[in-house]
Write a protein that binds this ligand. Structure first.
Ligand code: GDR
Length: 340
């Protein structure tokens, strides 16, 4: 049976994939976008015209309780996917208040409106591996110790706990999908993978450019956003709510990602130097194409995260399908099509 669904933060990378999957399933999709003019629709612009026409767009801010109350009470959605967030860890360090407003108040408003005005609505919150902080012992599963290190991570830990409390104390169908890093052609430019890919596309198109990065020895578990949104749908389909990690279980450094991305464009980088003086050259012309810039280092950066998705695998039959090389290939192709 067709469901009535709300995706908050529908203009982001994940909103694109989720909206597409739900439309394919025949659901009635509503999307919430924050303010902006009518043509500001973020990643939704990559949907086909017919698909876009089927999404009911609402404009408003999740931090406004009256707005959220009114929307939830009027529409009585079957399911709400709460994606809206200030999602940059780096930005959260400089702008903790904005991050807390959007992520903490936003989720609290949505969950409380559902509890008080539409208690049959299912609520899925997109959590983050940032709530775990650094890897301590083995890979991080749902029960791994949580030691968030950034304001962003703290808000995601808050969200995880709020969802648990509302489930336990008010009987709400509320679940958290704990997402490790997930990338795609629709990734925002503030994230390191997109920054690297954009630079590779420009350099391979013959532009004179050097990519400046912060800590290239930070390690992440990078998956493909489309795969993770399939998992998120599997969680929402459960009769009883529960929390699940979505990850690949593979650890790569930022430097590995840089090497793979340049290799995909036919450039085998040559590295030399150390610390802030480390550089990479394109051996075909000797040009420096990567350098280190202190301004991109983060205080309290997480050295490494790596997820254990065995619960999702056993209980949902989910596993990541796209390799890191395939993700990089999709991202580069998308960038190159813009360069033409
Ligand atoms: P992250 O993603 O903080 O893991 O959060 P990001 O891509 O911003 O950083 C990954 C790692 O790369 C290092 N790094 C740089 N990062 C950026 N942005 N720019 C640089 O120039 C740069 N140089 C090195 C960072 O220090 C870091 O170690 C992402 C987001 O999608 C969150 O919303 C999500 O919850 C988590 O992943 C899981």
């Amino acid at each position: 049976m067709s469901k009535k669904i709300l995706i908050t933060g529908v203009g982001g990378q994940d909103g694109y994939f989720l909206a597409k999957l739900l439309l394919e399933r025949g659901d009635t999709v509503h999307g919430l976008l924050r303010g902006g003019s009518e043509d500001e629709i973020g990643s939704l612009k990559f949907l086909g015209e017919a698909e876009l026409a089927r999404i009911g767009i609402h404009r408003g801010d999740v931090t406004e309780k009256w707005f959220v109350d009114e929307l939830i009470q009027r529409e009585l959605f079957d399911e709400v996917f709460h994606l809206a967030a200030q999602s940059s860890v780096a930005r959260s360090i400089g702008h903790p208040r904005e991050t807390i407003d959007t992520n903490v108040l936003g989720l609290t408003n949505i969950a409380t409106s559902i509890r008080d005005r539409s208690p049959k609505t299912k609520l899925l919150f997109t959590g983050s591996s940032e709530m775990f902080g650094d890897l301590t012992d083995g890979k991080q599963s749902e029960s791994a110790p949580r030691h968030p290190q950034s304001p962003y991570g703290l808000t995601k830990d808050f969200g995880f706990q709020l969802i648990n409390a509302y489930r336990k104390h008010y009987g709400l169908w509320a679940a958290t999908a704990i997402l490790f890093n997930h990338e795609s052609e629709f990734r925002g430019e503030q994230f390191v993978t997109k920054k690297i890919i954009q630079s590779v596309a420009r350099i391979s198109a013959g532009r004179d450019e050097t990519l400046s990065l912060g800590n290239i020895y930070a390690e992440r578990d990078w998956g493909y956003a489309g795969d993770y949104m399939e998992g998120v749908l599997d969680v929402m389909a459960l009769e009883l709510p529960d929390d699940f990690v979505f990850a690949t279980g593979q650890l790569h450094s930022v430097k590995d990602f840089v090497n793979l991305a340049f290799k995909h464009a036919g450039i085998e980088l040559e590295w030399s130097g150390e610390g802030l003086d480390e550089i990479a050259r394109d051996p075909s012309n000797g040009k420096v194409v990567v350098r280190i810039d202190e301004q991109f280092y983060r205080p309290g950066d997480i050295k490494g995260t790596c997820g254990d998705y065995s619960k999702a695998s056993h209980q949902l039959g989910w596993k990541p399908r796209t390799t890191l090389e395939e993700t990089i290939s999709k991202m580069i192709q998308h960038e190159q099509s813009k360069e033409l």
